[in-house]
Design a binder for this molecule. Structure first.
Ligand code: PMP
Length: 369
């Protein structure tokens, strides 16, 4: 007798499930630890929490929770148009920016087509590609970053999407603006370039993306941004995409009408206006990055210089060290699934969290695993 699950499409069965950072509550249950003594530096979340303005907006939005959200996210759309000088029909809203990536894949990929992405790039690109039945082409990285020449060479008639993470997660690498722009000018028009800028807010002013300005020139560019990182709204799930109106229109056709909840919409509007919070987040991350990278160096560990709110460091027996850190109540992220079996990724936390991570890591490295 044929089993139901054997009849599922082979492209679905081929998907390797996404491995999220371990939640604090899960580790507390598994190791019988007090959740208050656990620190999670595993999902690139904002250690400052959420902007007080956004928090207030959420409370207010809860009053109206019996109603469906505005399926067009009018207030949020308006807010982003003003902030970035966009037209309303250029925007797509998502239940996190993962949703934007998936919607783009669903709108443009079919079996027989291809999507190109880099080795060590964000895990969701292969995932959303395979789910559509399209073929994923992973291009070898150069110094852990995207090799744009090789990626361009991988583009063929069948290619519909090129995914680029800038900065990339989990490597933290950043492409120079001029290089990226030159790449866009060379990508054929039948290919959508999905430029994932989840960590743009962590870049120093001179390195921040100018891609929104490039939209006038490139009608095959989709920029994706998130409210999960610097804006501290990871649990609410909200992100957005910006593209040419024609592209946004197609993507919006596969979007569920109420994919972004009302509390998230209200919080996002308030968060976008709280520039002071984003500035504090940036400053804390800069200081924490220096603290952690100096600490890693003192421990004799190599790391990949990172432009995000996390850093991946080299360690022999990464799986063993990960387990030992867990036992001590410190959650980091293994990145073996990213073809980086000898690395662990740590998110930048509060000063005391970074300190505890370094202290525990030092202890763990002393004891043979
Ligand atoms: N892109 C990149 C590069 C990421 O690292 C992440 C978060 N891990 C996302 C997109 C998705 O984040 P979210 O769905 O929370 O917006």
């Amino acid at each position: 007798m044929t089993r139901l699950c054997d009849l599922a499409p082979s492209n679905i069965r081929a998907i390797a499930p996404y491995q999220p950072g371990k939640p604090i509550t899960e580790l507390a249950r598994e190791m019988n630890l007090n959740p208050e003594n656990i620190i999670k530096l595993a999902s690139n979340e904002n250690p400052l929490g959420v902007s007080p303005k956004a928090y207030e907006a959420m409370q207010e939005a809860l009053e109206d929770i019996a109603r469906y959200p505005d399926g067009n996210s009018f207030a949020l759309r308006d807010c982003l148009c003003r902030k970035f000088g966009l037209q309303p029909d250029q925007l797509i809203f998502g239940n996190g920016s993962n949703d934007i990536l998936e919607l783009a894949a669903r709108a443009f990929l079919t079996p027989g087509t291809e999507a190109v992405y880099s080795q060590h790039a964000f895990a969701v690109y292969p995932l959303v590609t395979l789910a559509t039945g399209a073929t994923g082409i992973s291009v070898p990285a150069r110094n852990f970053g995207h090799d744009l020449d090789a990626m361009l060479a991988a583009v063929r008639d069948k290619t519909r999407i090129v995914f680029i993470a800038n900065p990339n997660n989990p490597t933290g690498t950043l492409l120079a603006k001029a290089e990226l722009r030159a790449f866009l000018a060379k990508v054929p028009e039948h290919v959508l370039v999905v430029l994932d800028e989840a960590y743009d807010e962590y870049l120093p002013a001179e390195s921040k993306s100018e891609a929104l300005l490039w939209l006038k020139e490139f009608s095959n560019l989709l920029i994706s941004r998130t409210m999960s990182k610097a804006y501290g709204l990871a649990g609410l799930r909200i992100g957005y995409g910006v593209a040419a109106p024609e592209v946004a229109d197609l993507i919006n056709r596969v979007r569920q009408p109420f994919n972004v909840n009302s509390v998230a919409q209200a919080a996002a509007v308030a968060a976008l206006s709280d520039e002071d919070f984003v500035q504090r987040t940036y400053a804390l991350n800069q200081a924490g990055m220096a603290q952690i990278t100096q600490g890693l160096t003192s421990l004799g560990l190599d790391y990949i210089p990172s432009y995000g709110n996390f850093v991946s460091f080299h360690v022999t027996d990464a799986a063993g060290v990960y387990q030992q850190l867990l036992k001590a109540g410190v959650i980091v992220r293994p990145v073996a699934a990213y073809e980086m079996p000898d690395y662990l990724r740590v998110s930048i936390g509060l000063y005391a969290e970074n300190d505890r991570f370094l202290e525990v890591l030092e202890q763990v490295l002393k004891v043979p695993t």
